[in-house]
Design a protein around this ligand. Structure first.
Ligand SMILES: Nc1ncnc2c1ncn2[C@@H]1O[C@H](COP(=O)(O)OP(=O)(O)OP(=O)(O)O)[C@@H](O)[C@H]1O
Length: 275
């Protein structure tokens, strides 16, 4: 187990936001952090990324306290893709991904650093954009560059805060597949804040449901996604089905009902044949 979070309390000023969070993020798979707006997901991600400081509790990686590591060492262990990010306007896509190598390089990038950057540009299908300025990218393209930068960092722990929020369906699926592949191949512990419960169920072997600053449920999505709990947490009637062993599907009940009411027209009419 590489990333362990124990009894974590975080406040903004006098307002408590995380109230004793315990979470294990296993190596080699994705852990989804789920929950309604304002439940504390990004705050949890920021504490691991050392952007927010805990009032108490611990965050350890392989038994080492993340908040006591020297900055450079922390950066070589943890990569973070924030929910929103200001883009340094005069960087090209390639320069931006090379920034991921910063904790590993000395005076200047070596041939190996360039190879790693090329590999990640290819993996995220950014090769053709490599020389483009960041300022000219679409929101989805820029989001994929940030994921590529985090992968180029070759971290032990990868923290992704809504990494697919700007992506079209194909890139949502491809990006989560790439991250899962990297998690397995390099035994990385990945914590991903995500709103899409079905994507969480497809791609994540582990999940934690946050509610009002506490982890209400954690475990495999088939255990965490329970209709009564989800309905209570999201304030909406939710149906949960298990289409196959180990799989789980989530749907708001209003959608299930309207789908059942709709008369489905046949997509293809048989061609009329005249003799
Ligand atoms: N910098 C800040 N200063 C003060 N309060 C903050 C700050 N950042 C977040 N909060 C508050 O902390 C609570 C948790 O915010 P957080 O961003 O962690 O939630 P979240 O679960 O990630 O939400 P969302 O799904 O909307 O992204 C919210 O009530 C938010 O208003």
């Amino acid at each position: 187990m590489s990333l362990q979070i124990r009894d974590l309390h975080v406040s903004y000023g006098t307002r408590p936001v995380l109230l004793g969070v315990d979470l294990d993020v296993p190596d080699g798979e994705l852990t989804a952090v789920l929950g309604p707006n304002g439940s504390g997901k990004s705050t949890l991600a920021k504490v691991v990324a050392r952007i927010a400081r805990p009032a108490s509790g611990s965050v350890t990686v392989d038994g080492r306290d993340l908040h006591s590591l020297p900055r450079r060492e922390h950066a070589s262990v943890v990569a973070y893709v924030p929910q929103v990010s200001a883009t340094p306007f005069d960087l090209t896509v390639r320069d931006m991904v090379m920034l991921g190598r910063t904790p590993h390089i000395g005076m200047r990038p070596r041939a190996q650093d360039h190879e790693i950057v090329d590999r990640e540009l290819g993996r995220l299908r950014l090769g053709e954009l490599a020389t483009r300025p960041m300022a000219e990218l679409s929101g989805g393209q820029a989001q994929r560059v940030l994921v590529a930068r985090a992968l180029a960092q070759e971290p032990r722990v990868l923290i992704l805060d809504e990494p697919t929020s700007a992506l079209d369906l194909r890139y949502q699926v491809e990006t989560l597949e790439v991250v899962r592949e990297v998690a397995i191949d390099r035994s990385v512990a990945v914590l991903v804040v995500i709103h899409d419960l079905n994507h969480a169920a497809w791609f994540c072997g582990h999940s934690a449901l946050l509610h009002e600053g506490r982890v209400l449920r954690s475990g495999h999505p088939t255990e965490t996604f329970d209709a009564a709990t989800l309905s209570q947490v999201y304030g909406l009637e939710i149906d949960v089905t298990h289409p196959a062993p180990g799989m789980v599907e989530v749907r708001p009940r209003s959608m299930s009902a309207s789908a059942a009411r709709r008369t489905v027209a046949p997509v293809l009419e048989p061609a009329s044949t005249s003799v």
